[in-house]
Ligand binder design. Structure first.
Ligand code: BGC
Length: 857
């Protein structure tokens, strides 16, 4: 252990106190020993630092900070340098607000287009997700803070996210769901990682030793700290034993008391507690050292650079500064204007042009342009929930358009921003009249805020009827329509032939409106490419029959066939393939060369304007002993070229290029044989192919086609339970709630409809009504959505220490119909909690006992 001597000086109360938060955002300190506290805040769309009241769902306003494009948007840039620069900007803002750990990036895989948080995640592909997440982390490191990659792992649905069990087979878990985290951890070196709320194969992610110790620490060499998602703690002792370091948010001393009880009962060994404290201190002191270096950049702290000192020396310095308050942080404000310009740039690089019939774009200045659609005035630029930022400013199209050389003839909203509204006839009429007078209609469509939010998955992939109706009406009077889309996840587009141009800005952050205008007028050339497939319809998605898991489990029956890996394998036509995006110029590919280390080819800009192309490397193995996707993304490069310019592009192979996960041997291996090396402009448009022989391992022992035909032919959208059980290696766990059994501590309030107690039934019905009301407005009441799906243990884990686990059990008893016994249990436990907290506080204050303390005075 690194800090053995220090840990020997600590009491068990002090150790236990470090393993849960001091409040909603900060860790605890131990002043007498110089152990500092560190501060966290959400990201990574921007920094959500709350000034006064704290909550973790974006309910209370936060200090203004730049709202950058969301991760789903940045992913379309396929630009690792841009992502790193974004990380630096974020880090700079975090540092200026005294935030040490930015809670992001999130890199869960887009298993279904319906996941409510897809706008926060990068891609359906783990390689792209991992590379971009690593870049964010590198940028944050450069700025002297750290990222916290989340949510580890298999957290792909919002429905009952705090209680359900993701059932994932080992190959899919390793090759799809863990690989992105592996890349992010190994290359981005974040000092923190957040566990997911859900269970993974039967065990809560935050209590999963296989994930936290065996894979994360032992295999990947992670040396940061593991934090629970907010309120994601369940059995704190089990979490600490498994390798989790910090339970958030704070619960006063209730969580530390659970550790003390665990020690007393022999559930956790003191050596395990010491180990966790040691690991936590290593990360906290490294983070604190960075803070000191940042602080040294302020004029008052010139002499305390902290560079080149050991963590032990850092501890000493921290102790000195704790006692004489010398150390000050640089609180200089970041350059708001510069950061806004970067937000525009980041959005611009990420815009995807999906259609440009008759070269309707860019729009020439003499054409009369009508702007229609409520999003032109009230832009959708970020999603809802914990990532929601209070922007320093928000550009909107109507205000910005005057800066451009546009023949702008007028605006009409066309629809209301309320989901499921059929549309207002008068608004449609007004828009139609305007469209008649225009040469080109710019029609701003998108998903309403309530349809992209933490805590709620979408129930369909359609645009609101009112918007589609508007488009169809406008098309009857003017065929020159350019749709500008704002949404953070795929939608169905049965209406696509009603527009000639289609620009997708995703959720472009506070500068998104300008980024789109730059492209509309040709000031910039679009270079974004989709980081996810746009299926024709929801029914076409590989997990359509399994998503979301409704009750106890979320079984991932489609296994490795996520996104393009499925559509490409079974030749299902899609709206837009993975990696798709148009440009105002054209590119040619030629001259492919491949050796054991790399692939090289020539890329040429064959058009009239400068532009950037994202060249994509896919690997396939036509003849294989394994079930495999046809192609897998294994590299990419964004290259900017002047008209006529050409460049030799090299994409190196790496540890991920040829590997697969061997279930038999429980490790990654490489199958010997010939591989196809594809260079494409998207997954469905391969421009160059080469072959390479790779000498790898013998894999004769893996599962063969006879037992699992669906996985070999890729027809996985309706796999039998029996077939899945073969690749899962165990029987599928029960998925249905037992409606006859009493509710348990990890059951949710939404299960209240079958609880036995009348009080429980009453509360359930009230919540249900409120939930319905909440969903009909312009903005979702996330708090309510979250409460409805909250397990009973959250009474203890999300109430800032007002309730402990014993009291939560009393509340549960009331729901289960033991009204009086439950109520008296709550009352008694409350008293016990208060006394327990009081004594714990005393013990922390007087680590050597009150009498000894008095004597030493
Ligand atoms: C979210 C996390 C977030 C945390 C703190 C949770 O609800 O799942 O992504 O970092 O809150 O706000």
């Amino acid at each position: 252990m690194k800090f053995e001597k220090l840990i020997q000086k600590m009491t068990n109360e002090e150790k236990a106190s470090l393993l849960s938060g001091g409040d909603v955002w900060n860790t605890r300190e131990v002043k007498r020993l110089g152990i500092p506290s560190i501060s966290m805040a959400d990201g990574p769309t921007g920094i959500r630092k709350q000034a006064v009241s704290s909550d973790h769902l974006g309910l209370h306003p936060s200090i203004p900070s730049t709202c950058f494009p969301t991760a789903a948007t940045i992913a379309n840039s396929w630009d690792v340098e841009l992502a790193e620069e974004l990380g630096e900007h974020l880090g700079e803002e975090a540092a200026s607000l005294g935030v040490d750990v930015v809670l992001g990036p999130g890199l869960n895989i887009k298993r279904s287009p319906l996941c409510g948080r897809n706008f926060e995640y990068f891609s359906e592909d783990p390689y792209l997700s991992g590379k971009l997440a690593a870049s964010y982390c590198k940028g944050l490191n450069t700025a002297g803070v750290t990222g916290c990659v989340k949510h580890f792992v298999a957290n792909e649905q919002e429905l009952r996210r705090m209680s359900n069990d993701s059932v994932v087979d080992r190959r899919a878990l390793r090759e799809i769901y863990l690989t992105g985290f592996e890349i992010a951890v190994k290359e981005g070196k974040p000092l923190s990682l957040m566990t997911a709320y859900n269970k993974v194969n039967g065990t809560y992610a935050n209590e999963n030793k296989f994930l936290l110790q065996d894979i994360l620490r032992d295999e990947w060499g992670f040396n940061g700290f593991v934090v629970s998602d907010w309120g994601g703690g369940n059995d704190h002792v089990a979490g600490v034993i498994a390798g989790s370091h910090l339970e958030m948010p704070g619960t006063k001393y209730n969580s530390p008391l659970e550790i003390i009880k665990g020690l007393e009962e022999g559930r956790i060994d003191e050596s395990v507690l010491d180990q966790r404290v040691d690991e936590l201190l290593t990360a906290v002191l490294t983070i604190h050292k960075r803070k000191r270096v940042r602080g040294s950049q302020s004029p008052t702290n010139q002499d305390k650079t902290g560079k080149g000192i050991t963590l032990e020396q850092e501890l000493k310095l921290s102790k000195e500064s704790a006692s004489n308050q010398e150390f000050e942080l640089s609180q200089e404000q970041f350059d708001i204007k510069k950061h806004h310009s970067f937000a525009i740039k980041a959005a611009r690089e990420s815009v995807v042009m999906l259609k440009n019939e008759e070269q309707i774009l860019p729009i020439s200045s003499h054409r009369k342009v009508a702007i229609i659609g409520a999003f032109a005035k009230k832009p959708r630029f970020q999603g809802s929930g914990s990532s929601q930022v209070n922007p320093t400013r928000i550009d909107n199209t109507l205000e910005q358009v005057t800066d451009y050389n546009f023949n702008f003839i007028g605006y009409a909203p066309g629809f209301d921003l309320v989901t499921h509204s059929k549309g207002s006839l008068s608004k449609i009429k007004e828009a139609k009249a305007l469209a008649k007078k225009a040469d080109v209609v710019l029609l701003y469509l998108g998903l309403e805020e309530v349809r992209e939010t933490e805590g709620l998955d979408r129930d369909c992939m359609e645009l609101s009827k009112s918007q589609v109706r508007l488009l169809e009406t406008l098309h009857t009077v003017n065929p020159n329509i350019v749709v500008v889309l704002s949404c953070g996840s795929p939608i169905e587009m049965p209406w696509i032939d009603r527009c000639k141009g289609l620009l997708h800005g995703y959720l472009g952050g506070q500068g998104g409106a300008r980024a789109i205008l730059d492209i509309l007028v040709g000031k910039a050339n679009p270079s974004g490419k989709l980081a996810e497939t746009y299926p024709m319809s929801l029914e076409d998605t590989p997990c359509y029959n399994y998503y979301p898991g409704l009750e106890k489990t979320a079984p991932y029956l489609e296994s490795i066939y996520v996104g393009y890996r499925y559509y490409d394998k079974v030749n299902i036509p899609v709206g837009f393939p993975f990696g798709y995006g148009l440009s105002y110029t054209t590119f040619s590919y030629s001259n492919i060369k491949v050796d054991q280390e790399k692939v090289q080819f020539t890329l040429k800009n064959t058009g009239d304007v400068a532009g950037a192309e994202v060249a994509q490397l896919y690997i396939g193995k036509g003849v294989s002993e394994l079930y495999r996707s046809k192609k897998e993304l294994k590299g990419f490069k964004k290259v900017f070229l002047q008209p006529g310019e050409e460049q030799q592009v090299t994409i190196p192979f790496d540890d991920y290029t040829f590997r697969y996960f061997s279930v038999d041997e429980n490790k990654f291996k490489v199958e010997s044989g010939t591989y196809q090396v594809y260079i494409g402009t998207n997954v469905a448009d391969v421009r160059l192919t080469a072959w390479i022989d790779i000498l790898g391992d013998n894999i004769s022992s893996e599962l063969t086609q006879d037992f699992i035909p669906s996985y070999f032919n890729g027809q996985v959208n309706n796999v039998s339970k029996e077939e899945f059980e073969i690749i899962l290696g165990r029987p599928l766990p029960e998925s249905k709630w037992d409606r006859n059994a009493p509710l348990g501590i990890n059951d949710t309030l939404s299960q209240g409809f079958y609880c036995k107690g009348f009080i429980g039934q009453f509360i359930y019905k009230k919540l249900l009504t409120k939930r319905k009301q909440a969903l009909s407005g312009e903005r979702a009441d996330i708090n309510l959505l979250v409460v409805f799906e909250m397990p009973f243990r959250s009474f203890a884990k999300l109430t800032g220490g007002r309730v402990d686990m014993h009291m939560a059990r009393g509340i549960l008893a009331i729901f289960n119909g033991h009204t009086f016994a439950g109520a008296s249990h709550v009352k008694l436990s409350f008293m016990k909690m208060k006394i327990g907290n009081f004594i714990f506080k005393l013990r922390l204050k007087y680590p050597h006992g009150i009498s000894k303390h008095k004597r030493s005075k």
